[in-house]
Design a protein around this ligand. Structure first.
Ligand code: ADP
Ligand code: MG
Length: 229
């Protein structure tokens, strides 16, 4: 019986780089409105598993299912449309485009999905406002701080109300005060939109905020801990 809130599942996922295994028989499932964290030492396979689940890297064995569809059965065009429209991404260094303003960067997922400029900028303005960033709308990434830029990256990942947000070390480049602030805003906004969040982190404080926690060791999920509420 599949839980109705289950949105993305990885079953017996293996990933090899050439002959080297990076992910071994991983089972994981993400629920709407919940935060799942993957923790583990550097090199344990966290990013590799995230990229498989996000359809960025094809699995070597096993399968990833999103809303019942197996990612490996989609063609390139279907897969990139799915990633663009239904998934959001946050990386360690935000990676905003330097030539675009903060609001244009935030609106990018909507523009890539074909939305016109005015409604896309209006939606971006709303998310920026919810994150307390309205004053920065017209600035360029070079004119904002590291913490602010990472908040903008969060706004951009959520602006198109994706079903799943994949975040690989989203606070890894920030000091602990900024990291905590960015994370809380991110999680509150994701929860209020019913987004499933997958957070890769080696920070225990960050992982402690999750509803579900997967601990990776040497490519395997060594433990899965679910918070009971
Ligand atoms: N592009 C790649 N080519 C070959 N090996 C890789 C590649 N990316 C990662 N690896 C290896 O796969 C293993 C898992 O890496 P990774 O998923 O990046 O771990 P983590 O995110 O937990 O630090 C490591 O041994 C790493 O060296
Ligand atoms: Mg990594």
């Amino acid at each position: 019986m599949i839980s109705t809130s289950e949105v993305l599942t990885g079953t017996a996922v293996d990933l090899f780089y050439g002959a080297t295994p990076a992910v071994k028989a991983a089972d994981i499932s993400l629920n709407r409105g919940e935060v799942s964290a993957i923790t583990g030492q550097s090199g344990s396979g966290k990013s590799s598993l995230l990229y498989c689940l996000a359809g960025v890297l094809p699995v070597s064995r096993g399968e990833v299912r999103f809303e019942g569809r197996v990612l490996g059965e989609l063609d390139d065009e279907e897969l990139s449309a799915l990633r663009r429209e239904r998934f959001g991404f946050v990386f360690q260094y935000g990676e905003l485009l330097p030539e675009l303003t903060v609001e244009e960067n935030t609106a990018l997922p909507l523009r890539l999905a074909g939305q016109r400029k005015a409604p896309a900028l209006a939606a971006a303005g709303e998310v920026l406002e919810r994150l307390g960033l309205s004053d920065l709308r017209k600035r360029r990434p070079s004119q904002v701080s590291g913490g602010q830029s990472q908040r903008v990256a969060v706004a951009r990942a959520l602006v198109h109300k994706p079903a799943v947000v994949f975040a690989d070390e989203p606070t890894g480049s920030l000091d602990s005060a900024n990291a905590a602030a960015v994370l809380e805003e991110f999680l509150a906004l994701a929860r209020s939109q019913g987004t499933a969040v997958l957070l890769v982190t080696h920070d225990d404080q960050v992982a402690a905020r999750a509803d579900s926690r997967y601990i990776m060791c040497d490519g395997k999920i060594a433990a899965h801990i679910r918070e009971v509420s």
